[in-house]
Design a protein around this ligand. Structure first.
Ligand code: FES
Length: 105
């Protein structure tokens, strides 16, 4: 499945593997704005993305611990916010489009 990352200089399209996360696909492909500092352990929020509206239902909302981290860890938390390490790529999510939300750390 493809994942599309909307970054300032255009879209980055990554061929992701089923089962990997939106964070790991981005990090391995050098997508700017997604760091994944904690390696997906739900403790850094450097993988924050906004999920494009038409994918939000399919992706679903954040889990309880993820919500806590978003609440505390990012300044631009919206209804579209998810942590990229907590979104698992599936065939159904082919074409998933997210906007990395880098912060000044
Ligand atoms: Fe650290 Fe997602 S990679 S919270």
């Amino acid at each position: 499945p493809k994942v599309v990352y909307t970054v300032s200089d255009g879209d980055r399209v990554v061929d992701a593997a089923v089962g990997e996360s939106v964070m790991s696909a981005a990090v391995r492909s050098g997508v700017p704005g997604i760091v994944g500092e904690c390696g997906g352990q739900l403790s850094c929020a450097t993988c924050h993305v906004w999920v494009r509206d038409d994918f939000r239902e399919r992706v679903g909302g954040p889990g309880e611990m993820e919500l806590d981290l978003l609440d505390l860890g990012v300044t631009d938390f919206t209804d579209a916010s998810r942590l990229g390490c907590q979104i698992t790529i599936t065939d159904e999510l082919d074409g998933l489009t997210v906007e990395p939300r880098p912060e000044a750390w």
